[in-house]
Design a protein around this ligand. Sequence first.
Ligand code: B12
Length: 317
Amino acid sequence: MKNNRSIINIKDRYTSSLLDGNLQDAFACVSYILAEGWGEKFLYKKIFTESLREIGEMWHNGEISISHENRASSITLELMARLRQSYIPKDNSPLVVVTTPKSDSHSTGARMFADFLLMDGWKVDFITNQVPLFDLKKFIQERLPDLVAISVTMDSSLEECDEITQSLQSEGKVPKIIWGGPAINRSIIDRTTDYEKNDEPKVLNFQIKNINYQIKSSPDFVCCTSEFFESNKCSKFLTGFHHANAKINLDQTLEGIGIKIKNVRTNLGLSQTELANMSSMDRAFLSSVENGKRNLSISALHKISDALNISINELMN
Ligand code: B12
């Protein structure tokens, strides 16, 4: 079981490596976490996100210069780019365009969301860095993505997010649109639930500096409850795109089960060795199951689902 102390230690060491501009040491922290079998999502949530927030706050508080902040972000983005090379989408994977409003230069959260989708088998087009709306719209009309994700960090960019959505929904083939990011989590008036279009006639409002702003567009999903978009509602919305696709073959089924097992295991804070012991199987066997390389028997599936305390149905879903 991952112990809190060791997580804090490794996060602190990662943060120091970023502040020192030491790519090799930062890479060593990443290698350690992956070798322990804690998984990429854990690495993103507990190490990358928390370290970057800490370092960003240091800049906001005037403790370090913008160059130091920038170097730290670049090292993390470089490591994320290395990890991305191992996620290879299939031809029939759904396509998402991830973007940010032009007025919002915070792009790291958007990149992380994009990488989470890549890990879950999506094809991703990542468009930030102040692309003008007319150009973004033209691009989206050419690419015809299944989903457009708009990530908003600054409260002052919420109105622009609404404008982008209105513009994309005004003509042509309209893609599904999801909103998320810190400004959404912070500013939607009722944050106790995520919103789906069919939840209407609820009226969505923002509150920016205590001033109400009524949303004019109609996003298909607004992710407000969990910054890691792991609410049941959000997971269901995002996995629905895979189901809408063509027939799934055996390899894809095994891969899907493997990803699910790994996700549940890492969320429970279990290493591969620990889960292997709990389900009385060999770690190498479990590793091949998680990588989708093993046509596992129903009895093996049973042992794993028992150890994870989850039904077989859920693992197969
Ligand atoms: C790092 C940082 C910066 C960096 C950004 C580097 C970059 N390229 O991204 C720099 C130094 C450039 C910066 C600049 C500014 N910043 Co700043 N910044 C931060 C800081 C410290 C961390 C942001 C971050 O990178 N977090 C890490 C990422 C990984 O987390 P995340 O964004 O939350 O994303 C996660 C989830 O939200 C989710 N997610 C993200 N997108 C999406 C999308 C969908 C669809 C879904 C479902 C989920 C999802 O997934 C991610 C992974 O889990 C925050 C404060 C904080 N602690 O959060 C302030 C903060 C965001 N900044 C702020 C401000 C004010 C600014 C400046 C205006 C400051 C200035 N005076 O110049 C400028 C911005 C200029 C502009 N026009 O954009 C304010 C915003 C205030 C507000 N309420 O709007 C904050 C909150 C600081 C504060 N406490 O006041 N900043």
